[in-house]
Design a binder for this molecule. Structure first.
Ligand SMILES: [Zn+2]
Length: 866
């Protein structure tokens, strides 16, 4: 298979993969596999508390659904597994010296018990070492989070602005000093305030190699929960800023704080011209193993690469963190003495003061440091050593520059002059390190394929909690990303079509600043403490406001650009207004009403498909009457539609209906549909499965036929499948595939995990924004069913189960598109009721081990099969 189109196939497969259970959750999800159960889970946002009584049980006695379904389905077990939709994941074609998927099967993840309770230790130890000639490059750096404990703005005013000022001043004064800087979002802010002479000095320092911009993304993005397009956009924006203002493109990547590392980042680094990258946070068991086999530096290869074109040189910082304490060598109590601006340094409980280097102590201190260098170099293949020297928001005071780099200079001078040490040490940038490494290289570096997820730094502290922390913000960011893509495509097309010096072009150019706000804010949110949800609550609130502000900037741009494009392309006259129908920025009833389309007058809907492939989809909008006609504006042919009642809190909303219709959208197209008043169709059934004495019996809804049923189970069907549900809890139980005859148990459960509540886990760390540390197995969420009903029309059948905490809708489409091949499940969760609780949706299936395949995506860019 040619590599060029393999990537596309991987992405298409990403869509097919979902076809068995196309799970469309409103909140962010995390996949978690336990035996044959698949959990999709949420984390509470505000850490309030809720208790649920646990009731388990089988809620229907009698012939099982399976028995009945098998009779109905003429069930056959002989059909080949290949015919199942899930069988279409691809197999990797690359080979490498270390393959992560294979390594997981044998990886030792044991952690010393005594230390797993109250603290952690460096799992990478050096037990023996030999003296060797060494070249050591010390790389001063300062890690800048654009939002974590404080907001981005606060950090800039308090630290980052000063740090960049000092960086320029100190490097200019000391030509031997070096520094590396990563995030461009700070540079852009600083540039606004800096004097021309500061800017000139900055540029000169970058050009003469004293200051190196590493990665050069807008931020240092998270690598687990970000979508590849946002990852790429923040890299493009950072690089464009650097090219415009400084005239350079970074060629080394520096990603030292994201919670696990993705091969997607490695691929983008390679394609952006980087020659090497440095990473830090990988599972302690993997780090220990790679240290043992002397593979802390390797060529990271993409899993689809049958050759070596995607290989990128990768260096893992070997110890627990990127701080100075864990950088000079394996002994943190020694290294922390060389942090000359630290507040705490301990050897056990004994506090050690870091001393100024002087003639009296320089020899002893130099030998101490030299020994750490020698020990650390045992972990690497060549006699060149990288020693970062920095930490979070460091170097914000001139005294720190003088103490850190001044004292190191004295130590370096001693080491360089002592022949017995046989070591050359100097300040350098990452480029200088990799250049030295290239010069010293004696043999090829090993190759590696795979990813570094999940991350764990000690014991069972798996950093998978952040996959679902602050799900609403994750959701908003994805929607804004989608909106931004649409706006940018139409904007580019409209500018290309506009005549020079025309009024249209002038209007478009006026919109550019708001479009840039959208790009930069979305880029900022990819930061590894933003989209992850690991910032403080106040900082999270700040991100939410920024995203809302971004939406308010982009919405009018979208409307205006669409209007101009329609004038250009479809000869629509100027006397019209384009209003974006958004159902996602907020969902309360009053907002639904605002977005209501009154059909007393004829309405034209413009539907934009921003994707590079055609789509056949069912769309929905709110209308005020059930008697509607939908037509294709260009062919004037009638489009079949469905009218559904709208549920809100405890009943159906009067004078509000969901209008659904199916459209075929060519790639990158604008399509027009007309909605107007028509004949009442009466083609939707509303079936209640709740008890007959409820108030639902008495309601009437114009245009909807209402029924009551009392059977213990029920089913819904389309041309591809039949789905079976229990009436007692409204949950999906079985899915029968008509083409293969397979009937799979597909039992959907909603379960909860708690953390830090049982005796056995009382003294361990609780799970939180970062980690998922459950007390034990999950318990079924058992709540009364307030309402259970089926909306059944010509386009889809939808089962809605309303409970106090969760409203679940299961939809089966009756169309001929891919949408009909799966079961769509959507959950709306009342998160205010949940505290210290992980809420999950689990699907229990009887698909056998030999037949089970599960595919998950990585940044929406590649698919992995398990
Ligand atoms: Zn950070």
């Amino acid at each position: 298979m040619k590599k060029g189109w393999r990537k596309e196939i991987l992405q298409i497969l990403g869509i097919l993969t979902c076809a068995y259970f196309l799970i469309m959750c409103l909140m962010a999800m995390q996949l978690h596999v336990q035996h044959r159960n698949i959990d999709f889970f949420y984390e509470d946002q505000d850490h309030e508390h809720i208790h649920f009584s646990h009731t388990s049980g089988y809620c229907y006695k009698g012939p099982s659904i399976a028995q009945i379904a098998r009779q109905n389905a003429n069930f056959s077990t002989e059909q080949s597994i290949e015919s199942r939709i899930l069988g279409s994941c691809t197999m990797p074609v690359s080979s490498a010296d270390v393959e992560m998927d294979a390594l997981w099967r044998t990886l030792d993840v044991s952690y010393p018990l005594a230390l797993s309770v109250g603290g952690w230790l460096d799992v990478v130890q050096v037990y023996s070492w030999v003296t060797k000639p060494l070249t050591v490059i010390i790389v001063p750096h300062s890690h800048q989070d654009p939002g974590w404990l404080f907001t981005y703005e606060y950090y800039f005013e308090t630290y980052s602005n000063r740090i960049i000022n000092l960086m320029v001043e100190q490097l200019t004064k000391n030509p031997a000093w070096r520094f590396v800087w990563s995030e461009v979002c700070w540079l852009e802010k600083w540039w606004e305030k800096a004097s021309q002479s500061q800017k000139d000095s900055f540029t000169r320092l970058v050009r003469n190699g004293q200051l190196e911009i590493v990665s050069g993304g807008w931020v240092m993005p998270d690598e687990a929960v970000v979508h590849y397009s946002a990852m790429l956009n923040q890299l493009i924006d950072g690089h464009q800023w650097l090219m415009t203002h400084v005239g350079i493109t970074p060629n080394i990547s520096w990603s030292i704080d994201p919670f696990g590392h993705s091969p997607t980042t490695a691929y983008f680094n390679k394609r952006s011209g980087a020659k090497a990258m440095v990473i830090q946070r990988i599972h302690f068991g993997i780090k220990r193993h790679l240290a043992k086999i002397n593979t802390m530096e390797f060529q990271w290869r993409q899993i689809w690469d049958s050759g070596s074109k995607t290989d990128i040189m990768t260096h893992i910082l070997p110890f627990a963190s990127y701080a100075i304490t864990h950088s000079c060598g394996p002994n943190s109590h020694v290294c922390c003495q060389f942090d000359f601006y630290q507040k705490k340094c301990y050897y056990g409980k004994k506090s050690i003061r870091s001393e100024e280097i002087n003639e009296r102590n320089v020899k002893a201190k130099a030998w101490l440091l030299w020994e750490q260098f020698q020990k650390k170099s045992e972990l690497f293949r060549e006699n060149v050593l990288l020693v970062p020297h920095g930490d979070d928001f460091r170097y914000s005071d001139p005294r720190e520059w003088e103490k850190q780099l001044g004292n190191l200079e004295k130590l370096m001078a001693y080491i360089n002059s002592d022949k017995e040490m046989n070591t050359k040490v100097r300040f350098g940038t990452l480029s200088e390190y990799f250049t030295e490494l290239e010069k010293a290289q004696t043999r090829p570096f090993p190759t590696f394929t795979g990813d570094f997820f999940p991350y764990s730094d000690r014991s069972d502290q798996y950093w998978t909690g952040f996959y679902t922390s602050r799900p609403h913000l994750k959701y908003l960011a994805r929607r804004i990303q989608s909106l931004l893509r649409s706006v940018e495509i139409l904007y580019a097309a409209a500018v290309a079509k506009a005549n020079k010096m025309s009024e249209q072009l002038y209007s478009l150019l006026k919109l550019l600043p708001d479009l840039n706000v959208g790009r930069q804010e979305l880029a900022l949110f990819q930061h590894h403490d933003a989209i992850t949800g690991t910032s403080r609550k106040t900082v999270t609130e700040n991100y939410r406001e920024r995203l809302q502000h971004t939406f308010s900037k982009l919405k009018p741009v979208y409307e205006k650009v669409t209007q101009i494009y329609l004038e250009q392309s479809l000869s629509v006259t100027k006397n019209h207004t384009v209003t974006m129908i958004s159902d996602w920025m907020s969902m309360p009833l009053k907002e639904l009403r605002k977005k209501l389309v009154h059909i007393s007058q004829k309405r034209k809907l413009v539907i934009f498909n921003p994707l590079g492939h055609s789509r056949r989809v069912v769309l929905a909008l709110m209308v005020d009457k059930p008697n509607v006609k939908v037509t294709n504006s260009s062919t004037t042919l009638t489009i079949p539609h469905q009218i559904s009642p709208v549920w809100e809190k405890a009943g159906f909303i009067e004078d509000l209906y969901e209008l659904s219709f199916e459209v075929n959208l060519p790639a990158l197209s604008l399509s027009e549909v007309t909605v107007e008043k028509g004949e009442a169709t009466q083609n939707t059934r509303l079936v209640f499965y709740t008890q007959p004495d409820t108030f639902f019996m008495n309601i009437t809804l114009p245009g909807i036929n209402i029924y009551q049923e009392n059977s213990p189970y029920f089913s819904v069907s389309n041309g591809y499948l039949t789905a079976y549900f229990y009436t007692c809890n409204g949950r999906l139980q079985y899915v029968h595939y008509k083409s293969t005859g397979h009937l799979w148990r597909s039992e959907v459960k909603v379960v909860t995990y708690t953390s830090g509540k049982t005796w056995s886990t009382m003294f361990k760390d609780k799970g939180g924004a970062y980690t998922f540390v459950p007390d034990g197995p999950a318990e079924t969420l058992s709540e009364p069913v307030d309402a259970l009903f089926l909306i059944d029309g010509p386009l889809f059948s939808r089962v809605v189960t309303v409970q106090p905490t969760i409203t679940q809708t299961v939809t089966i489409y009756k169309t001929h598109s891919n949408m009909a091949k799966g079961v769509h499940i959507e959950n709306k969760v009342n998160m205010q009721k949940l505290d210290n609780t992980e809420l999950m949706m689990r699907v229990e299936s009887d698909i056998g081990e030999s037949r089970a395949e599960m595919c998950v995506d990585l940044n929406g860019f590649q698919v992995k099969k398990y």
